[in-house]
Design a protein around this ligand. Structure first.
Ligand code: PEP
Ligand code: MG
Length: 813
């Protein structure tokens, strides 16, 4: 039989097999993964997904009610989170302690609970809000992720009935899927936030290489007939990590592949199960080993990728599917292949980009299991020095073997912005392009390649012109970076001796390494809500303290400004119920949430106070729009201090407290606010959006978001004046500080503490070291007399040219 025919036969037999397997499990007509796949393909957030899941479960199990309760470990309570059948208005309101009700019993026991007549059960508890009294039968299963309870999934029926073993197994499988989805979507949210920060850099870089496009056009010119030497090719992918990589291609091929297996059958299912169990055990050990080897190389959020793989290897429904195929007479390899195909297909159909890209993880896990089934040892790929890595996709093991200094670039045929390869390539700062069409068809081992991680282009066998142009660009880029690096230990001081403090804005622990590398002199803004976004529940006082101490200890005595939670608007952790709001940026966000949840706020305040004995800590309150808010926050801070004193826990009694000026009202009242606190910090990201009524995240109005608008500059100047009058220090932590033109004016206004994304620190330092403070004073005075952004920009660009610092703009803008 030829190859394609045997493939077709295999496909038909697989299809037949799927049909029989489906029929076998058709007692409820439910294939858990397919249902969940369908739900996720039409939904984009956690809440929406959970609501759809309960609706589908109720329908497919023919129960009147299906509800999901989320567990809050701190409060040791369960809250109704999504329901089909109970009163929807009670969502978020029905809350029960673990020792209350049958639902609490499920979590208490961490086992399913089935009761035919719930009303007669001693643990039955009635919640009037839910209209619950009519439901008799109850089946609840715990939702557990890696032994951590996340919640309880419950179905209830009107008539008294017993749930069968199949239904129980089905509910357990759904519980596992729900747990997985909750974990993955939480990670997705945190990655998206991180992604946004990095994108900014990319946009800036793309503009800097516009000149190159002229060369590309030349390359697209037709090649004369009769010339069949391998042609230069320009492939297009998704830019994943910035920079340019030039070097020979090293094509990585997988150690094992399902293509080499064919369809294998076995006479002995127990023996196959045993083989599979061994391979699975070995695979789990490999993942654990990889994780511990990588733990000091990647930030904590990125490390959870390894957990995703481990979870999948232990996933009940994944394993059940493989076992079902084995029972049907297939060898473990083939059972694995069928299951992986089904999962990959289901993920590929999902509309959520993050979940779609998880297909790569399933394939990776499939290959790992297959390799262990075949007894092939894991082998780290040998990567030549100075080469460009080319592959269909990278496995976690490939990534673990990467030594950033040996590689010039990475080009992958698959993958997207949130695939693990992309995430880790970014951590390593290797220029990377992913999702490159026809990559493996176009590239041979040893071919000359250029990977342009800024625009997403991959040049195969580039012409001399293109190569020369990229080499020039690369040289300039490196020289510029080297020059910036050489400034690392030098002070940010103007030519006439005026010192400026350059600090870093950080969010995730991974940012700490960047802050150190780029010479930050402290942390001017730690956005504490970022780690909160990656947690399963509000981190408790001890967890927060650990987090803050890690930042303080890493900074080794440098000043750290901890901003209290700035949640809400576009930043919602999965465990905080998102209210429906017409204008979330004008709604329940930031300090408003903190003041509405005083106990949670005090927990954070206590953690910050406790952290204050370990270094130079300042506390910063976000989004302040009135004195009342400052008074209330100070009251709660005083309570937190009192509680610590009573408990005999030490803290810095003199820890400075400041407020952010990022709402127009705070500008107007800056002097009164300043007299209430120890320092002010200008948050221009929000201030610009509120002052100009321009959404900071809306691309459509992006041209209107203008930091050099006279109204913005006058507001900044007014705040400086107010702080000076009150005798309090003022810094800035908005992105405006990272823009060289704006930085000139800010320094000229007399702001001498600038905090920004670490990446921009070296270039702003270079700017500071190239100018006279007196010149910036003059510029600041002049711009306040101007009445349009156009006039201000024209003047400032002219001045930058005159001062010889214009090339800073060319590289970054
Ligand atoms: C700001 O608004 O300028 C600021 C620094 O805070 P964030 O960007 O976190 O809103
Ligand atoms: Mg802000």
């Amino acid at each position: 039989m030829n190859r394609s025919k045997s493939k077709a036969v295999a496909k038909t037999s697989r299809r037949n097999h799927h049909a029989s397997a489906r029929a076998r499990r058709a007692s409820h007509g439910l294939s858990v993964l397919e249902d969940i796949g369908a739900i996720l393909s039409s939904s984009h957030d956690l809440q929406e997904s959970l609501e759809s899941i309960v609706a589908v479960v109720a329908e497919r199990m023919s129960t009147e009610v299906c509800s999901l309760y989320i567990y809050e470990p701190r409060a040791r309570a369960l809250t109704l989170w999504a329901t089909e059948g109970l009163n929807k208005a009670s969502v978020g309101k029905v809350r029960m302690a673990l020792d209350e009700g049958l639902t609490g019993l499920v979590l208490e026991r961490l086992e399913p609970v089935m009761v035919v007549d719930a009303l007669a059960h001693p643990r039955y508890k009635y919640f009037p809000e839910t209209n619950e009294e009519r439901y008799h039968s109850f089946l609840g299963v715990p939702v557990v992720e890696r032994k951590k309870p996340l919640g309880v999934l419950v179905v209830q029926t009107l008539r008294r009935r017993r749930f069968g073993g199949d239904e129980l197994r089905l509910m357990k499988a759904i519980g596992t899927q729900v747990a997985g989805i909750m974990g993955q979507l939480r990670l997705s949210e945190s990655l998206q936030t991180k992604e946004k920060e990095r994108n900014e850099y990319r946009h800036r870089m793309i503009d800097a290489i516009q000149q190159l496009r002229a060369y590309e056009k030349q390359q697209d010119a037709p090649v004369p007939d009769g010339d069949d030497r391998p042609r230069p090719a320009r492939l297009v992918g998704v830019p994943a990590a910035p920079g340019f990589g030039i070097g020979p291609a090293h094509v990585l091929r997988p150690l094992v592949s399902f293509d080499q297996i064919g369809e294998r059958r076995s006479e002995s299912p127990p023996a196959e199960r045993e083989r599979f169990a061994k391979a699975s055990k070995r695979s789990i050990a490999e993942i654990d080993d990889l994780k511990s080897r990588m733990s000091d190389r990647v930030p904590e959020v990125d490390a959870s990728l390894f957990d995703t793989h481990r979870m999948m290897l232990e996933d009940k429904s994944f394993l059940e599917k493989i076992h079902a195929f084995i029972e049907d007479g297939f060898a473990a390899e083939t059972a694995l292949q069928f299951t992986v195909d089904e999962y990959v297909g289901a993920f590929a159909r999902m509309s959520d980009r993050y979940l779609r890209e998880r297909a790569t993880d399933v394939r990776d896990i499939g290959h790992r299991l297959l390799r262990n089934l075949l007894g092939v040892e894991e082998k780290a790929p040998e990567l030549p020095v100075g080469g460009i890595l080319v592959a269909e996709e990278l496995t976690l093991s490939d990534l673990a073997a990467i030594e950033p200094e040996r590689l010039q670039g990475i080009a992958l045929a698959t993958g997207g912005a949130t695939s693990h390869a992309t995430i880790l390539a970014k951590s390593f700062e290797i220029p990377t392009v992913v999702g490159v069409d026809s990559l493996l068809e176009a590239v041979e081992e040893g071919d000359g390649l250029i990977v342009d991680g800024n625009s997403g282009a991959v040049y195969v066998r580039p012409s001399r012109d293109v190569l020369a142009e990229y080499e020039r660009l690369d040289r300039e880029y490196r020289a510029f970076n080297r020059e910036l690096e050489s400034l690392h230990d030098l002070p940010a001081e103007t030519l006439d001796g005026h010192g400026v403090l350059l600090e870093a804005n950080i969010g995730l622990m991974g940012d700490l390494a960047f802050a150190a590398r780029h010479g930050a002199e402290g942390v001017g803004l730690y956005r504490t809500e970022f780690p909160f976004l990656t947690y399963r529940d509000f981190p408790d006082e001890e967890e927060q303290l650990r987090l803050y101490r890690r930042v303080i200890d890493t900074l080794g005595g440098k000043r750290v400004t901890l901003r209290t939670l700035d949640l809400g608007a576009d930043k919602y952790p999965s465990y905080l119920r998102r209210p429906k709001e017409e204008n979330p940026f004008l709604g329940w966000r930031s300090i408003r949430i903190s003041l509405a949840m005083p106990e949670l706020f005090k927990t954070q305040l206590r953690a910050i106070l406790r952290a204050s004995v370990h270094g130079k800590v300042r506390l910063l309150l976000p989004m302040i729009s009135s004195l009342e808010e400052v008074w209330r926050a100070k009251e709660l801070l005083e309570e937190a201090r009192r509680e610590l004193r009573q408990a005999g826990i030490p803290f810095d009694e003199k820890m400075p407290v400041g407020v952010m000026v990022e709402v127009p009202a705070a500008v107007t009242q800056a002097e009164e606010l300043a007299s209430e606190v120890d320092f002010l910090s200008l948050g221009t990201n929000d201030l610009i959006q509120y002052l100009l009524a321009v959404d900071r995240n809306n691309r459509k109005v992006a041209p209107l978001y203008e930091p050099l608008h006279p109204a913005v500059l006058r507001a900044v100047a007014a705040t400086v004046k107010a702080a000076r009058k009150a005798g309090k220090p003022l810094g800035i932590c908005g992105e405006m500080a990272a823009d060289p033109v704006c930085a000139l004016v800010l320094i000229g206004f007399g702001i001498d503490q600038l905090s920004m994304g670490s990446f921009y620190i070296p270039s702003i330092k270079r700017l500071v070291r190239s100018i006279d403070y007196s010149a910036t004073r003059e510029m600041a005075r002049r711009v306040l007399e101007m009445s349009s952004a156009q006039e201000i920009k024209g003047y400032l660009f002219g001045m930058m040219k005159k001062l010889g610092v214009i090339e800073l703009m060319e590289i970054y803008h």
